[in-house]
Structures are given as C-alpha cells and as structure tokens.
Design a protein around this ligand. Structure first.
Ligand SMILES: NC(=O)c1ccc[n+]([C@@H]2O[C@H](COP(=O)([O-])OP(=O)(O)OC[C@H]3O[C@@H](n4cnc5c(N)ncnc54)[C@H](OP(=O)(O)O)[C@@H]3O)[C@@H](O)[C@H]2O)c1
Length: 296
C-alpha cells in the first residue's frame, strides 16, 4: 500500500485530501494537534511511526491580515516548518508535495502568471509562503509545489461561506470589484494532488518542481459573490438574494494589501496531467448541493 502522510489534515485542503483519497492510496491525516510542523521531533516521530511513501503538506498559517503583525508566527509555520519537513523527508528519501499561493505575486501583471514569472509578495503572508517555497526547493529536490488561489470548500473559513452567512444577515452587501483571481475548490486541489501522487506511485518519479493550479475562468470578488448568491438561490440554499454593490479596493481597506491581479496559468500542470480546465461554477454547485455549516 502506498502511504501518504498529510499534515494540516483538518484544514480546507487537508480534509478534502482525506475525503477523496483513491483506493490505491492510504492517507494518514494528522491535524496540528497531532503533528505540529514547527516541531522537528514530531515530524521524525510521525515518519518513524507511519513509514509514509510521500508527505503532502496542507499545513499553513493562512490568516492573511493577522500575519501582518504576526510575522514570526507566519514564518515559523510557512517557512521554517516547511524546512523541517523537507529535511525529514530528504533523510528518508521520500517526496514532499507542498501548497503555495498566488499572493507570492505583486498583482501588477495583465496576463495569467506562469511558473517562471518573478514573485514579489506584497504582504507578510505572501513573503512567508515564498520563503517556504525556497526552503523546500533548496533542501530537497524531490518536491512538487502547487501554487493555488481563492480556495473554497465545506470546511473552515472561506469567501463562499462568508458571503452566504452575510446574505442571511443583510439586504445589501458591498464587494470589491477591482481584484481579479481564480476561485478554486479545495476538492479539485485534492484531486490534482492525488493524480500527482498516483503518477509518482506508478512511475517511481515525477517532473519535480513548481506548478500553478486553479479553477477558471478568472473573475472579480464581486462577480464571484454575485454568482454564489444566484446559485444559492437557485439551489434553495438561500430564500432571498441581497443586492450586491461593486466597490473598489480603496473603499475596502484591509490590513494586508491584496494583489489586484492574481490569475494563475494552469498550462504546465494541465500538460503534465493531461487534464482540462475545471470551472469553479461547477465546483460551487457541487458544494451547494450538500448541507453546509456556515457557523465554522
Ligand atoms: N485559503 C486560500 O484561499 C488559499 C489560497 C492560496 C493558497 N493557499 C494555500 O493552500 C494551503 C491549504 O490552505 P487551506 O485553505 O486548506 O488552509 P486552512 O484551512 O487554514 O488549513 C491550514 C491547516 O494548517 C494547520 N496548521 C497551522 N499551523 C500548523 C502547524 N504548525 N503544524 C501543523 N498544522 C498547522 C491548521 O490547523 P489549526 O487550525 O489547528 O491551526 C489548519 O488546519 C496552504 O498552504 C495555503 O497557504 C490557500
């Protein structure tokens, strides 16, 4: 059996990895209470106990605004924690699949970012994630880094759940209409990671390196919010649809600046996996087809 150790197993992507593991894979999901990636002895103990063939790191410090004033905490998990994982994996010669973010870019581009574009993070979270990429790249060559964006799913905090919750409380919402990106379901990320894992399990190797993965097409937060509410109304999740006003980033200042453009090109991973683009609208309808807990 091919064993895959999953860190951050209670997060959005971690929990989808556990739910969607193919029959040929044995997932071993550990939450932050069972494996803290900032504790190297916990990593070695987990590897010794479970003898995994691969590690998928879904653990991260993801509080983008809080990171601005908690830089040490963000770097401890997103950079140093990744370094510890990379060293431990290298010691037993198993690969690490790791997730990173569109926020490594400054958002000044006008076309989808490809993997060779120069990162230039505009906030602490993005800088800590970029440092994590570098830590992995420089420590252990058997790695896959998947940068993704605007993640949504049934577990944890995300934009879809926030908008649905606000819709039950307000008749009018204001949403930013000048930031462009690609909403991406946690489930589709998990499925792409499993495809990569299966490829490695079968072939014994992979084209190691950095990949971008998101759903399409690109849209603004305003467009995304509008579609979430229309779809929720259609699928009976909401009884009424609030009015949504389009506002500018200037009108909605956040502690951490966000890139105006964080659209990722998927060409490299689609070529590797021979897959077609995935529409976030389809992923959203699938999510809304099941009961969704808006309280967490
Ligand atoms: N969310 C997005 O929109 C987005 C966008 C682009 C990229 N990404 C990247 O995608 C990956 C997955 O994100 P996600 O949305 O699934 O994040 P998430 O829901 O916040 O989950 C992250 C998980 O990591 C755990 N964690 C935090 N510190 C840890 C530590 N020291 N050791 C072990 N586990 C720890 C958290 O546990 P606790 O809750 O117990 O702390 C949480 O369960 C991350 O690498 C993130 O940077 C996310």
């Amino acid at each position: 059996m091919f064993k895959v150790l999953i860190t951050g197993a209670q997060g959005q992507v971690g929990s989808e990895l556990l739910k969607s593991a193919p029959g040929s894979m044995t997932p071993i999901g550990l939450g932050s209470n069972e494996l803290d990636i900032c504790q190297p002895h916990q990593i070695s103990a987990a590897i010794a106990q479970h003898q995994p063939n691969l590690i998928i790191n879904a653990a991260a410090y993801t509080a983008v605004d809080a990171a601005q004033s908690n830089s040490d905490a963000a770097f401890a998990v997103n950079a140093q924690g990744v370094q510890w994982l990379a060293q431990a994996a290298k010691a037993v010669n198993i690969p690490v699949f790791h997730l990173s973010t569109d926020y490594v870019f400054d958002g000044q581009a006008q076309q989808p970012y490809i993997e060779t574009d120069l990162p230039n993070p505009g906030n602490v979270y993005g800088a800590s994630k970029l440092a994590g990429e570098h830590a992995l790249i420089h420590t252990h060559h058997k790695h896959i880094i998947v940068r993704t964006s605007w993640v949504f799913g049934s577990t944890g905090q995300n934009f879809v759940k926030t908008i649905l919750r606000l819709a039950t409380q307000h008749a009018e919402l204001s949403v930013v209409a000048d930031q462009y990106g690609c909403p991406t379901s946690a489930r589709s990320i998990a499925q792409a990671l499993w495809q990569l894992a299966q490829r490695y399990a079968t072939d014994g190797h992979l084209a190691w390196g950095l990949y971008h993965f998101s759903n399409g097409p690109a849209c603004t937060w305003h467009h995304f919010a509008d579609h979430i509410l229309t779809q929720a109304l259609t699928q009976g999740v909401l009884d009424t649809k609030p009015v949504i006003q389009a506002i500018t980033t200037e009108q909605y200042p956040t502690t951490a600046p966000r890139p105006a453009w964080s659209v990722l090109s998927n060409q490299k991973i689609e070529h590797l996996l021979q897959t077609q683009p995935i529409q976030w609208q389809d992923q959203l309808s699938e999510l809304l087809a099941h009961p969704i807990d808006l309280s967490q």
